[in-house]
Design a protein around this ligand. Structure first.
Ligand SMILES: [Zn+2]
Ligand SMILES: [Zn+2]
Length: 94
């Protein structure tokens, strides 16, 4: 249970939905998956970025301007978020 109201977004194809935050790479429909790192799994406040963003975050040591510029945060709806998860999750192979 969260006390805060979820942020809503009017996503064209999906209508009015709860919003989520992803990096700009995840919203691109690249054929190659760029990895999916979930930072916040709260259904009212989903946040994720790709593997390169995770690397950059580690290198920069936090939310620096350089990182933010590379990340380019994009607000999407939860349905788009789920689609990004499916598109960009790299299957784990042993
Ligand atoms: Zn990224
Ligand atoms: Zn959407």
């Amino acid at each position: 249970m969260t006390a805060t109201e979820p942020m809503m977004i009017d996503c064209g194809p999906h209508g009015k939905r709860v919003s989520a935050v992803v990096c700009r790479h995840l919203v691109q429909r690249d054929p190659a998956p760029c990895g999916f790192v979930e930072n916040n799994g709260d259904p009212h406040d989903l946040q994720a970025w790709c593997h390169r963003c995770e690397e950059t975050f580690q290198l920069e040591g936090g939310m620096t301007d350089a990182f933010k510029q590379y990340n380019g945060m994009a607000i999407v709806c939860v349905v788009c978020y789920d689609e990004s998860t499916a598109r960009h999750t790299i299957p784990v192979t042993e």
